[in-house]
Design a protein around this ligand. Structure first.
Ligand code: CP
Length: 328
């Protein structure tokens, strides 16, 4: 694993399996049944220049759970970037204050540009439509845990990725991460104009996975193991797309009808969240709340142990947990 976590491309099967194991070890500490102070004295810089609830707060909580402290800034307005400061200068300055930095920024490639100016480990918390590697890691950790509970194996599983596959950075990272594993069957369904980039389809196919693209959810998914749906990222639309987009039809909606009539009793439903609950958004339907197949809140919970594992590994304290940990 490289010094930074900017893209899933820096991970291989061995480093991902290591993170999954460390995340599992972090569970009792994440739930405060045990305490560890391996990051005591360390400071995290949490820089979010785009809206976030889960990523910002869970990175913060994960660092604190290991005994560290967090400094943060949210939005351009409250950063000196509003006065014209460059990514380079911001990075050099923050490096003198912090031991690790998490950054979210609306421009693809901006977090890598920031990381190039510092030796402090930088984690990409989402760069525009680019990548969101920690989300993909917690998604894979969730699939692994759900499959263990259900007695399933990842090898040969059928996974549906649906919604906004063009701008949804979580699915860009996730499909690359999944492609490190044994051959899978991956089905892609997105509204016209919001398809998965061809470069990613080519990459995953070249690694031996079977990819099928369907036009809607109105077909048979009886052997489906996971449906992973994403919000339509209208904030990234061009003016032209905004004018032509008519809203999401029911044919793309993951709801009770889809799950009960097209899937099976063990299909798990995932979403990186937030889901858009405004009228007409047609995002993941709230009529699935309470269905045990809905894994979205188990998924958000899994963000803490996985982000603890990322910090522990990047800051080289993962081997110290066992000797440091104590009961509450
Ligand atoms: N999944 C995710 O990135 O959520 P936030 O935008 O709330 O951080």
């Amino acid at each position: 694993m490289s010094h930074h976590l900017l893209t899933v491309d820096s991970l291989n099967r061995e480093s991902v399996d290591h993170l999954l194991r460390v995340a599992a070890r972090m569970e009792p500490i994440a739930q405060r049944r045990q305490v560890s102070r391996v990051l005591e004295g360390a400071v995290l810089g949490n820089l979010f220049f785009e809206a976030s609830t889960r990523t910002r707060v869970s990175f913060n909580a994960a660092f604190c759970r290991l005994g560290g402290s967090v400094c943060d800034t949210t939005g351009f307005t409250f950063s000196s970037m509003a006065k014209g400061e460059s990514l380079y200068d911001t990075s050099r300055v923050m490096s003198g204050y912090c031991d690790a930095i998490v950054m979210r920024h609306p421009d693809q490639g901006s977090v890598a540009e920031f990381a190039a100016a510092t030796n402090v480990p930088v984690i990409n918390g989402g760069d525009g439509p680019g990548e969101h590697p920690s989300q993909a890691l917690l998604d894979l950790y969730t699939i692994d845990k759900e499959f263990q509970r259900l007695g399933k194996r990842l090898s040969g599983a059928h996974i549906l990725l649906t919604g906004d596959l063009k701008f949804g950075r979580t699915v860009h990272s996730l499909i690359k991460l999944l492609s490190l594993y044994d051959p899978l069957r991956i089905t892609l369904v997105s509204p016209p104009g919001l398809e998965m980039p061809a470069t990613l389809i080519d990459l995953v196919t070249s690694r031996g996975h079977r990819i099928e693209q369907r036009e809607s959810l109105a077909s048979d998914f009886a052997d489906l193991d996971v449906v992973y749906t994403t919000r339509i990222q209208k904030e990234r639309f061009t003016d032209e797309m905004n004018e032509s987009f008519q809203g999401l039809s029911d044919d793309f909606m993951v709801n009770r009808d889809f799950l009960d009539h097209r899937c099976n009793q063990s299909t798990i439903v995932m979403h990186p969240l937030p889901r858009d609950s405004r009228p007409g958004a047609n995002d993941l339907n709230v009529n699935l709340n309470g269905d045990p197949r809905l894994a979205i809140f188990r998924q958000t919970d899994n963000g803490i142990p996985m982000r603890m594992a990322i910090f522990a590994t990047l800051l080289n304290v993962d081997e110290l947990i066992e000797q440091d940990v104590r009961p509450v």
